[in-house]
Design a protein around this ligand. Sequence first.
Ligand code: GLN
Length: 198
Amino acid sequence: MQSVGVLALQGGVAEHTAILRNLSFNVIEIRTPDALDSISALVLPGGESTTLLFLMKRWGLTKPIQRMGKNGFPIFGTCAGAVLLSSSISEMEHEVKQESLRLADVKAIRNYFGRQTRSFIENLSIKGLTDTFKGVFIRAPLLQPLSEGVDVLSSVDDGPVLVRQDNLWLSSFHPELTSDDRLHRLFLERSGLLGMEE
Ligand code: GLN
């Protein structure tokens, strides 16, 4: 059985874990660098990107994950996880100096879709999926491509919300908060860990 890691420092860990287990993967909760050795893909969940980065640094996870991402290792970042993967981060009204893993050529504009109370669900058309997908947006970022290598797989009103750069997948919404596993499956299929279905 193949193993998928879920960064388990903060945020939506249990929900990703449940979906991946249902897809028959062994899930390893990642809290220390040695846990990274036995996985074939990694999920960075939503939560709070500043807190996540602080904790990742503290546990020595930043450099090994950066190295893996640069070497083609499949990583899927959702919401705060997508912010972490982006090479540039800004807030809606002002530029911020927030650190990140700087792996994908993407500018993440944090909290673009409004505050927690303005959370919403949108039926998204996603490249690679036949039917629409319910995207759950909670203080979600916009994900602007900064290079041609970034493929936009879904948008809301022309604003990119799901992008892929080779081995790196970034979604501003939370695919783990619905019972729909198609986006996890798509990521795992395209990463060569599941047989193709669609
Ligand atoms: N706005 C949060 C951040 O930038 C992300 C929110 C979320 O993951 N739901 O860290």
